[in-house]
Design a protein around this ligand. Structure first.
Ligand SMILES: Cc1cc2nc3c(=O)[nH]c(=O)nc-3n(C[C@H](O)[C@H](O)[C@H](O)COP(=O)(O)OP(=O)(O)OC[C@H]3O[C@@H](n4cnc5c(N)ncnc54)[C@H](O)[C@@H]3O)c2cc1C
Length: 551
C-alpha cells in the first residue's frame, strides 16, 4: 500500500523547499511529501496520483501564486481529491483573504508565513489535517469490492449506482481467479451476483440499492420525522432547492431515489452552465452542489424512492417505498424526467448487457477500441458521442429525424463534425437488438425502407425524456404527459384549480396543492436546462418562505 501523500505548492523555491523539508522531517515515515512550484503543476501531479490510485491526505497551497492562486488551486484540487484536507499558506497581509477562503471554499486552516518554529506553528495544523482526513475514512472506502460479471445486468446496476454516488470501489469478475476466491469466501453462488463486500469485510449478496447505500455509508434514514421542507429529487433543481433552503435556515431534507445529480450527473460535459467557460462534467457539478448543500446543513437521503404525497391538515406527508413517512410544512417536487424505453425487439432483454440508458461514464472503459452506437438526436446524445469518441474505435449516432439541426445545439453539431471517428446516421431507427448473453448486433431501419445489420456490443440510448409522476395521481394536477402544472397555468378562465383552499392564486411555482412547489424538468412548460432547473430550485425556496409566512 502506498503511503498517503502530503502535497505542498509554492512558487517561491526557497519556501517550497523549506515546507517540504519540515514536512518530511516530521511525517516522512508515514507519508510521501510531494511538492510543486505552481498550481498547474500541482494539478498535474494530483491527476497522476489519481490515475495511480494513490491517496492524498492533505494539501498546503501558497495563497499568492501567479496565474492560479492558492484558493483557485484548492478549489480545482477538491474535484480530484474531495476528501484531502486543505490549508492555505499566507503572509500576514493576506489574512483576510485566508479567512474568507475558510468560509467560502471550504479550506480547513490557514498558516501564516513564516511558521518557525514548526513544532508550534506548522505541525499542530498538519496533525489536525491528517487526523480529519483519517476520520473521513478514505482508505476504508477504497476497499469496497464488487464481484460480478461483465454481462450481468444487476452487476452493472450496482456498479452504476456506486459510480453515480461517487463511491470508489474495486471490481472483480467471477471469470478471474481473485473474483472466484472472493465469491467462495463470501459463500456465494454465481447466481447471487453481484456480491458487494464492505470495507469491514461483510458480503452482501445481490443487494438492493438501499442496502448498498447503507453499507457504504450513504445516508438512507431521515434524522427526524418532521422538517420545514422536503425536496423530492436530487437533480440540479433539487440540489438548488436544498442549498437555498438549508442556507436560508429551513430544516431541509432532500430525498433521492438513485444518486444526486439526476440527468445532469450523467452529462460528460456541460458547456452552457454559467460560470464554467471550459465546461464542467456533471459529476463535478453534482459533487460540488452536494457538498454545498451538506455544508449548509441539508440532510441528503440516497436510494429512497418517494411513492406517495399526502395532505394531512397543514402537514405535507411524503411516503417512501417501504411504507415509512416523513412530513414537512412544505414540499418541492424536483423529480425531473427519465429516458423513454426503446421498444425495438431485444432492447428490453439486453438492457444492462450491452444496451444502456445514459450511463456513459460507467461503461466507457469497456468501449475501448470498439464500435459504439448511440440513439438520439438531442444534446445529451451529442455529448455522449463526443465523450465516447475518445474511447471507442468509432461512434455512430443513430437519429430518427432527417437532420440534427432542429434538435441539437449548434456548438455540439460543430464539435461532432470535427471528430473523425463520429458518424451521424439520420433517418434511421433501431429495428432490433440481437444477442444471447449480451448485445452482439443491431438491425438498423432506414427511412428509405432499406435495413442493415451491424456488429456492436454497445448501444447507448438517449431518447425523449418523460416524467415519472404516476404516484402523484389525484394529488396535484398534471398535463396529459404527466408534467405538473403550476402557478398561472392552473387558472382556467381566471378560476382557481378545484380543491384550492387559499384566498389567493397559486404562486408561480406552486402546484394545485398549497405548499407543494415544483421545480425543474418535471414542471409543465419548464425550460429543460441545468441553469433553469437550478434557478427554479432557488426561486421555489423563496416562494416556500412566502407560503410559510401565511401559516
Ligand atoms: C446526458 C445529458 C446531458 C445534458 N446536458 C445538458 C447541458 O449540457 N446543458 C443543459 O443545460 N442541460 C443539459 N441536460 C438537461 C439537464 O440535465 C436537465 O434539464 C436537468 O438535469 C433537469 O434537472 P431536474 O433537477 O429538474 O431533473 P433531473 O436532472 O431529471 O433530476 C431528477 C432527480 O429526481 C430523482 N427522482 C425522480 N423521481 C423520484 C422519486 N419518486 N423519489 C425520489 N427521487 C426521485 C431522479 O432519480 C433524479 O435524480 C442534459 C441532460 C442529459 C440527460
Amino acid at each position: 500500500m502506498n503511503k498517503p501523500v502530503l502535497l505542498t505548492v509554492d512558487d517561491d523555491p526557497g519556501v517550497s523547499r523549506a515546507v517540504a523539508r519540515d514536512l518530511r522531517r516530521r511525517y516522512g515515515e508515514g507519508h510521501r511529501v510531494v511538492r510543486a512550484s505552481s498550481g498547474q503543476e500541482a494539478i498535474e501531479a494530483l491527476k497522476e496520483l489519481k490515475l495511480r490510485g494513490e491517496q492524498v491526505a492533505a494539501m498546503l497551497a501558497d495563497y499568492r501564486m501567479p496565474e492560479m492562486n492558492g484558493i483557485e488551486f484548492l478549489e480545482q484540487a477538491m474535484d480530484l481529491f474531495p476528501r484531502a484536507r486543505r490549508a492555505l499558506l499566507t503572509a500576514y497581509a493576506d489574512t483576510d483573504a485566508a479567512i474568507q477562503a475558510i468560509n467560502l471554499v471550504d479550506v480547513d486552516h490557514y498558516l501564516l508565513k513564516p511558521w518557525d518554529p514548526p513544532e508550534e506553528k506548522l505541525y499542530p495544523v498538519v496533525d489536525a489535517l491528517i487526523e480529519t482526513w483519517r476520520a473521513s475514512g478514505e482508505s476504508a472506502v477504497d476497499e469496497i469490492k464488487i464481484v460480478g460479471h461483465r454481462w450481468s445486468a444487476p452487476t452493472f446496476a450496482a456498479r452504476d449506482f456506486l459510480a453515480r454516488n461517487a463511491v470508489p470501489y474495486r471490481y472483480y469478475s467471477i471469470d478471474d481467479p481473485e473474483g472466484r476466491r472472493l465469491l467462495d469466501a463470501a459463500a456465494a453462488d454465481p447466481a447471487e451476483i453481484p456480491v458487494v463486500i464492505t470495507t469491514d469485510g461483510r458480503p452482501l449478496l445481490a443487494p438492493s440499492d438501499a442496502e448498498i447505500a447503507a453499507a457504504v455509508g450513504l445516508t438512507v434514514d431521515p434524522a427526524t420525522d418532521f422538517y420545514d421542507l422536503i425536496v423530492v429529487g436530487g437533480g440540479p433543481a433539487g440540489l438548488g432547492s436544498a442549498v437555498y433552503g438549508a442556507s436560508e435556515g429551513l430544516r431541509t431534507v432532500l430525498v433521492e431515489r438513485q444518486a444526486a445529480g439526476g440527468q445532469a450527473g450523467q452529462s460528460s460535459r456541460i458547456e452552457n452552465y454559467l460560470g464554467f467557460p471550459d465546461g464542467v462534467s456533471g459529476s463535478q457539478l453534482t459533487d460540488r452542489a452536494r457538498r454545498q448543500a451538506v455544508k449548509f446543513g441539508a440532510e441528503m437521503l440516497t436510494a429512497r424512492d418517494v411513492v406517495a404525497l399526502e395532505v394531512q391538515g397543514s402537514a405535507r406527508v411524503v411516503r417512501f417505498g417501504d411504507g415509512s413517512t416523513i412530513a414537512a410544512h412544505a414540499v418541492i417536487l424536483a423529480t425531473g424526467v427519465s429516458y423513454r424505453s426503446l421498444t425495438a425487439p431485444g432492447c428490453h432483454e439486453l438492457t444492462g448487457r450491452g444496451v444502456y440508458y445514459g450511463s456513459a461514464n460507467t461503461e466507457a472503459p469497456e468501449c475501448a477500441g470498439t464500435d459504439v452506437y448511440i440513439v438520439g438526436g438531442a444534446n445529451s446524445a451529442g455529448q455522449a458521442a463526443v465523450f465516447f469518441s475518445r474511447h471507442a474505435k468509432s461512434v455512430t449516432l443513430v437519429v430518427r429525424g432527417e437532420s440534427l439541426h432542429t434538435s441539437m445545439s449548434h456548438y455540439l453539431i460543430q464539435q461532432l463534425d470535427a471528430i473523425d471517428n463520429v458518424h451521424v446516421l439520420t433517418g434511421t431507427t433501431i429495428g432490433q437488438a440481437c444477442g444471447d448473453e449480451h448485445l452482439e448486433s443491431l438491425r438498423l431501419d432506414h427511412s428509405d425502407g432499406s435495413t442493415e445489420f451491424v456488429d456492436t456490443g454497445h448501444l447507448f440510448i438517449f431518447i425523449g425524456a418523460q416524467p415519472q409522476t404516476g404516484w402523484l395521481d389525484g394529488v396535484v394536477l398534471r398535463d396529459e404527459r404527466g408534467f405538473v402544472w403550476t402557478g398561472p397555468d392552473l387558472l382556467t378562465d381566471g378560476q382557481r384549480p378545484p380543491g384550492w383552499t387559499l384566498d389567493r392564486d397559486p404562486f408561480y411555482l406552486e402546484s394545485s396543492v398549497p405548499g407543494v412547489f415544483v421545480a425543474g424538468d418535471v414542471r409543465a412548460q419548464s425550460v429543460k436546462r441545468v441553469a433553469s432547473a437550478v434557478g427554479e430550485g432557488a426561486m421555489a425556496v423563496t416562494l416556500v418562505h412566502r407560503y410559510l409566512e401565511e401559516q
